[in-house]
Design a protein around this ligand. Structure first.
Ligand SMILES: Cc1cc2nc3c(=O)[nH]c(=O)nc-3n(C[C@H](O)[C@H](O)[C@H](O)COP(=O)(O)OP(=O)(O)OC[C@H]3O[C@@H](n4cnc5c(N)ncnc54)[C@H](O)[C@@H]3O)c2cc1C
Length: 356
C-alpha cells in the first residue's frame, strides 16, 4: 500500500463526502504519552451517517481504519499511525428514557456523560471507575466498576448497538440479554455515583506515561497479598498504583457464552499501573520493571488470561485466554464481518490471526 497516495485520495473523498472535520498527521492527545500518538489521518465525525461515509471512503481506497472513543486505550490502539482514525469525540449525546430506564448513547460519550444524563432522573449507569473513559470503549471488552457486583459489567447492561460494518452499512445488534432482572439504572444513596467516580479522576491524567500489567486472581492467597503489599511499598512514584476490582455477584450468574467477556467465575482483577512524567526524560524502564515484577510474582496463583481492554500490545499469547471459551466464536465473527481486517490495528485486541 502506498499510504501517501492513498491518504491524499481518501482525504479528498472525505472532504467532499463527509464534511466533518478532517485532520492531517500530527501528534494528538491520547491518555498515555508512552503510547504512539501520531495519526496519519483523522476524521472527527458528527453523526452515524458521517461515520458510515468515512468508513466507505477509507474502504474504497483500501485504507485501514481505527476508531477512537475517548482515547484511553493504554497502548494507543486508537491512534495507529498507518490508519485513518474515526474520532467519535464530537458524538457524545446521551438521552435517557426514565420509563424504560434505557439510555441511548452516542459512540464517543464518556462514562461521566452517561452518569450526568441519568442523574436528573435519580438513576445511575453501570460504568467503570473513571468518568473520562468512553462508555462504548469499556463496554466492548467488559467494563468493571463499582456496581458490577450488583448489576454485572457495563457490557452486561447493553440492550442493543448500532454497528457500522466494513462496507459502511449499518446494522442493529440485539444484545443477548441475561436473566438478571435488574434495570440498567438504579438509585444509589449517600454519595452520588458521579462524586464517587470523581475520586478516581486522579488516575486518568492525560499526557502522563503509563505502563500497565493485569492479572486475574481466583482469590487472595497469602502469597498474593504478600506480593501486593511488597509492590505497594515500593511504588516507583506517588501516581503509580495497584487497583483491585472484585468481580462477584450478578456478573458471575451470566453464561460465559452470552457475551464476549471471557471470565465469569468470581475473581479479582489486579491492575498494576506504573505512571511517570514524560517531561523528565525518564525512559520508564523502572516503572515497566515494577509492573512486570508484580505481575510475575502473581503469576503462580493467577488464572490464565488477562482483561481484554488492558491487554499489552505484544500479548498475543494472552488473547485466546482473555476471551476464554468465546475466542473461537469471536474470531469466526471477525472473519465474517471484517474479513480484510480493516478494523484490526497491529495491536488489535482481537486480530484475525493469532500472532498477527
Ligand atoms: C484511567 C483509566 C481508567 C480505567 N478504568 C477502568 C475501569 O474502571 N474499568 C474497566 O473495565 N476498564 C477501565 N479502563 C480500561 C478501559 O475500559 C479501556 O482502556 C477502554 O478500551 C477505553 O476506551 P476508550 O474508548 O476511552 O479508549 P480508545 O482508545 O478511544 O478506544 C479503545 C478501543 O476501543 C475501540 N473503540 C472505542 N470506542 C469505540 C466505538 N464507539 N466503536 C468501535 N470501537 C470503539 C477503539 O478502536 C480501541 O480499540 C481504564 C482505562 C484508563 C486509561
Amino acid at each position: 500500500m502506498n499510504s501517501r497516495v492513498n491518504r491524499a485520495d481518501v482525504m479528498n473523498d472525505l472532504i467532499t463526502s463527509v464534511g466533518g472535520s478532517v485532520h492531517l498527521p500530527g501528534s494528538d492527545t491520547t491518555c498515555n504519552s508512552a503510547a504512539e500518538r501520531r495519526t496519519t489521518l483523522l476524521v472527527k465525525c458528527r453523526n452515524t451517517n458521517e461515520v458510515r461515509l468515512a468508513v466507505r471512503a477509507a474502504r474504497l481506497r483500501n485504507f485501514p481504519l481505527a476508531v477512537r472513543g475517548a482515547g484511553h486505550d493504554w497502548v494507543g490502539r486508537s491512534s495507529n499511525h498507518d490508519r485513518m482514525v474515526i474520532d467519535l469525540s464530537a458524538m457524545r449525546r446521551v438521552t435517557v428514557d426514565p420509563i424504560t430506564r434505557i439510555a441511548t448513547v452516542e459512540g464517543g460519550a464518556t462514562a461521566a456523560d452517561v452518569i450526568n444524563a441519568a442523574r436528573p432522573y435519580g438513576l445511575v449507569a453501570v460504568t467503570g471507575n473513571v468518568g473520562a473513559v468512553d462508555i462504548a470503549g469499556q463496554t466492548l471488552g467488559g467494563g468493571y466498576g463499582p456496581l458490577t457486583p450488583k448489576f454485572g459489567l457495563a457490557l452486561d447492561n447493553l440492550v442493543n448497538a448500532e454497528v457500522v460494518l466494513d462496507d459502511g452499512s449499518l446494522v442493529t445488534v440485539i444484545a443477548q440479554l441475561f436473566a438478571l432482572g435488574n434495570p440498567l439504572f438504579s438509585n444509589v444513596g449517600m454519595m452520588s455515583y458521579a462524586d464517587m467516580l470523581a475520586r478516581f479522576d486522579v488516575c486518568a491524567v492525560n499526557g502522563r506515561s503509563y505502563a500497565v500489567q493485569t492479572r486475574w486472581l481466583a482469590d487472595m492467597s497469602c502469597e498474593s497479598v504478600t506480593a501486593l503489599l511488597a509492590a505497594g511499598n515500593t511504588r516507583p512514584s506517588a501516581t503509580s498504583g495497584i487497583y483491585v476490582q472484585h468481580f462477584h455477584g450478578a456478573g458471575t450468574r451470566i453464561a460465559t457464552s452470552s457475551s464476549a467477556f471471557g471470565l465469569r467465575r468470581r475473581h479479582f482483577l489486579i491492575e498494576i499501573v506504573g505512571s511517570w512524567d514524560p517531561d523528565t526524560g525518564d525512559d520508564g524502564a523502572a516503572y515497566r520493571q515494577w509492573a512486570r515484577g508484580l505481575s510475575s510474582s502473581l503469576a503462580p496463583s493467577a488464572i490464565p488470561g488477562r482483561y481484554a481492554n488492558l491487554l499489552a500490545a505484544d500479548a498475543f499469547e494472552q488473547i485466546d485466554a482473555a476471551y476464554g471459551c468465546n475466542a473461537l466464536r469471536l474470531r469466526r465473527l471477525k472473519r465474517r464481518f471484517d474479513p480484510d481486517g480493516a478494523f484490526s490495528g497491529r495491536n488489535s485486541p482481537l486480530p484475525l490471526n493469532q500472532g498477527s
